[in-house]
Design a protein around this ligand. Sequence first.
Ligand code: HEM
Length: 395
Amino acid sequence: MAVRLRWPEPPPAVRRWLPEPGEPIAPPATSSKLHDDRIAARLGIALAVTFTVCFLTGLWSHVQQDPPTWLAIPARPAGLYRITQGVHVITGLAAIPLLLAKLWAVWPRFVQWPPFRTVREALWRAALLPLVGGSLFLLGTGTANIAGWYPWKFDFRKAHFAASWLTMGGLLIHVAAVAGITAAALRRSLKEDDATDGRLSRRGFLGVVGAAAGVVTVTTAGATVRPLRALSVLATRDPGSGPQGVPVNRSAADAGTRGVDLGAYRLRVEGRVATPLVLTYDEVLAMSTRTASLPITCVEGWSASADWRGVPLRDLLRRAGAEPGAEVVLSSLEQRGAYRTSKVGQDHAADADTLLATHLDGQPLDPDHGFPLRLIAPNRPGVLQTKWVTTVEVR
Ligand code: HEM
């Protein structure tokens, strides 16, 4: 049996802003019919779907960058990360108008009196804190991240990751608590009692919110969905811009790798190999090469395809006599930065299209794309496509 809690009556000055005890969702604090559980239910479902998609694609991005020991990241399909991370950012951005509309529809509930009447209600209302706080944090920091704006001191990935678990935990409790109300609200027609008196109807309101989500999607999705590129006026990146027509996040100037001295440059293949290799740039160029058409996909969601030419990593490993299945770590000429080195998993190391590329679309790599040598591999976040590669270490 539910434990009922007794609350003191608030002072009259506060009381007149609060709904009557037990009032559902349209308290006297507001007269609009849009603060209605039929609207809240429909927006809730849209948000639950977009957040679940965001969560799953976000988790995938997390394991692609930090794979647990029991999970081998596949090299195929080559465009998998392009799709998952594109979908992550597209659904995340589309969730912004949905969340704002939902918060507006239910705000009178936040000032309901008493705030809770049973322990059960207290618990599910407490779950609103991580749910609402976490949602605002995820959408805010996510949007700032893709805009390249980092006004905070914390590690974005760690904070975004932790907030996503808190938010999804809050969402789970919320869904369990409101499942009954939602089912009842969905059975009621939106048209019923929808006289507008010249104001926006329920269907009109949901139409406006749906259109806003659609506009956000169409004006940003072109960073991933090529045919929408011309409409992508709000996308933070045009996938056709940048040196050699491919965008760059970390430039050679930022990395301190401008003007590499080719006379001194060497590619080393070392570690657990039968024959360590030390190759000049010309010796790398003289090896047999392969061209692969692969996308470069940023964790920020944008992606761009190009033709890359270079030496397959597996040929280099074979030539050095590396044990098959050994762990491979690439290091860059850059001295600092979170992505100076990257691990290449077994599946990627064995894939013919995992290249140490020297050319992009038929031209030698621009310094910003990693001249003299960069990794390009199928199904891999851009931050792990190490540029300015100088060492291949077999562990
Ligand atoms: C406007 C909305 C959002 C945008 C633009 C966005 C953007 C991003 C970006 C750029 C990353 C990659 C970060 C990196 O690896 O450096 C990321 C990762 C992630 N996102 Fe979001 N996000 C949004 C909303 C959400 C939501 C709503 C959830 C969960 C419900 C979520 C869960 C995750 C998770 C779990 C990761 C992986 C974090 C990690 O690598 O540890 N995101 N997001």
